[in-house]
Design a protein around this ligand. Structure first.
Ligand code: FAD
Length: 439
């Protein structure tokens, strides 16, 4: 990438090339900012992880970045969310995405596929030199030069880099956050472990439904497809078994291998008419386990010319399918502010817009464990039911569900009507480069 010498364009370092960092680089570029360096700690971006969901608010941003088609080609446009009893029977069913009135779909997709689409767009638009891998930030310090305040970013085994702004998108164990808040310590675990896997299987229901099944002793299972059916009629099913478990503290990264028996023992007598849970879990080529963790909200995400974004700023439980979505919205809001305001004012506006919104979401996610709807049905019908109306009348079910909806946001009219974060295009040079292979 040609680095500009235009001092009106701040020199920006984005640390971390996860979903948030890649979306930030693309959003900054789309907003007309050109001096962008994306620095990733890993030497190679590997296809780690499993399914993530993109809520319509995030899909809107990706659409405005021109990335809806390549993502749609890799994803399932989720149309329904259903809650089932662990002994079968539908407790609640509701539309999602376009079917719920949004102008944009909700996507279920493999995190690595999403990351690959974003990475290819970064390489194509910003040029291959914009991304440096094997560059692990160790910390930063404030600087004051002839052009104003700045930041010096340190990395292991590399010379320090100077910039006008550091955007730290370095995830839940953020180095920049630890510099800003040295006393904070590790993420907070709630004692729930998540066994996760990907299993090939037949699509169930309409092939676009997310199932949430539960719950006894706070065990919950989530299953949804992340690919359309292939020629053989099979798709990839993403599943998660969440349970309080004494062992969960041991697994502290997304790729920790686990014994499927640990998940299966929680589901011994469960049955579901649409998915054979036991066979599905047994079929998974690999099972991982990750603790359900988050961090408390912060009083500010800004420290001079360093600012937090994505999980570095607001890690929250994955229960509400919001981690990737909120990072993408952060990226777009920050880029919009930087395109319209001097750096310090832009940071303040970003912090004021995004920090309270994500703090409310974080608190709402904590209220979902265990899920209030499943918990109430379990208390009233521990052995199952033949007709949910005999357990809870429809209006009571709707009341409970509306309390939990704020986690994934259902204000379709508000999102549809909100002005875009897009910045009117200036001339945007596009660097030609071959597509990267999928990670
Ligand atoms: C490997 C991995 C797998 C995941 N799998 C899932 C999943 O299956 N389902 C799910 O819901 N969520 C998953 N997540 C979390 C999810 O991606 C995030 O919650 C969400 O996308 C927010 O993204 P983020 O960019 O803020 O953080 P992340 O996606 O965590 O990205 C942070 C990036 O910063 C890099 N980094 C970390 N420290 C440094 C440093 N000091 N210097 C430079 N770079 C650094 C990391 O290598 C990573 O690429 C996963 C995260 C990771 C890192």
């Amino acid at each position: 990438m040609a680095r500009t010498t235009d001092r009106n364009s701040p020199r920006i370092i984005v640390a971390g090339a996860g979903i948030g960092g890649l979306a930030t680089a693309l959003s900054l570029f789309s907003a007309g900012l050109r001096d962008i360096r994306l620095l990733e700690g890993c030497a190679h971006l590997r296809p780690v992880g499993a399914g993530v969901n993109l809520q319509p608010a995030a899909v809107r941003e990706l659409t405005e970045l021109g990335l809806d088609a390549p993502i749609a080609a890799q994803a399932v446009a989720t149309a329904r969310l259903e809650f089932h009893h662990r002994y079968g029977g539908t407790i609640w069913s509701e539309p999602r995405g376009r079917d719920a009135g949004y102008h944009w779909p909700q996507f279920s997709v493999h995190r690595a596929r999403l990351q690959s689409v974003l990475l290819q767009a970064v390489v194509r638009r910003l040029g291959p030199a914009a991304l440096t891998t094997d560059w692990r930030m160790r910390g930063y310090e404030h600087t004051a030069g002839p052009h104003g305040p700045g930041v010096r970013v340190h990395a292991a085994g590399r010379p320090p880099l100077e910039a006008d702004l550091l955007i730290a998108a370095d995830g839940v164990n953020s180095t920049a956050r630890a510099v800003m808040y040295p006393g904070e310590g590790p993420p907070l675990a709630n004692g729930i472990g998540m066994w996760r896997g990907l299993s090939r299987g037949r699509p169930f229901l309409d092939g676009r439904t997310m199932l949430i099944i539960g719950c006894n002793a706070n065990v919950k299972t989530v299953v949804y497809p992340i690919t359309p059916a292939d020629a053989s009629g099979h798709c990839v099913l993403n599943w998660v078994v969440e349970a309080h478990d004494a062992d969960t503290a041991a697994a502290d990264h997304w790729d920790s291998a686990a014994d499927p028996a640990g998940a299966l023992r929680h589901l011994r007598d469960w049955r579901n008419e649409h998915v054979d849970l036991h066979a599905m879990i047994a079929r998974a080529p690999r099972v991982t386990r990750y603790p359900m963790i988050d961090r408390d909200p912060l009083p500010t995400w800004i420290d001079g010319r360093a600012v937090l974004l994505g999980d570095a700023a607001h890690p929250m439980y994955p229960t509400g399918s919001n981690g990737a979505s909120q990072a993408i919205v952060d990226a777009r809001v920050l880029a919009h502010q930087l395109a319209h305001h001097p750096v310090d004012e832009a940071l303040a506006r970003y912090d004021a817009l995004r920090r309270p919104a994500t703090a409310a979401l974080l608190a709402a996610h904590r209220g979902l464990e265990p899920d209030p709807l499943l918990r109430q049905v379990e208390a009233l019908a521990p052995n199952g039911f033949t007709d949910i109306a005999e357990v809870l009348p429809a209006d009571k079910l709707a009341d409970i569900r509306s309390c939990t909806r704020r986690v994934t946001g259902v204000d379709a009219a508000g999102l549809n009507a909100r002005p875009s974060w897009d910045v009117p295009r200036r001339s945007a040079p596009v660097c030609a480069s071959p597509a990267l292979p999928l990670p």
